[in-house]
Design a protein. Structure first.
Length: 107
């Protein structure tokens, strides 16, 4: 674990207990067995889908991108708003958005 992933426990406290697991040089953020977030370089990205991605884009929150060969590839995760990291009640709303996306994708 890192200090940042330890801090996320506090940030998500009003949403519910999360679990973080190491993966691909970062961490996955899980709630109720579903991955709702991704941590890369101590930056939190939240799960999105076709229904919720417009909300992230409206807030000008960038998509998580990684290099693959000569191009950048986007994943279905978007930067968490800074205010959500500082306010557990704000995080509760964004985490619910991410959890709902994870539920829809699972179906």
């Amino acid at each position: 674990m890192s200090e940042f992933t330890d801090y996320l426990q506090e940030a998500f406290r009003e949403f519910g207990p999360i679990d973080t697991r190491r993966m691909f040089g970062g961490h996955g953020v899980y709630f109720d067995g579903l991955m709702i977030g991704l941590v890369a370089d101590d930056t939190l990205y939240l799960k999105a889908d076709i229904e919720s991605a417009p909300v992230f884009r409206e807030h000008e929150l960038p998509q998580f991108m990684y290099p693959k060969g000569n191009k950048m590839v986007g994943m279905s995760y978007y930067l968490a708003p800074e205010e959500a990291l500082e306010d557990p009640s704000e995080m509760r709303e964004w985490a619910q958005l991410a959890y709902d996306a994870a539920l829809r994708v699972r179906r």
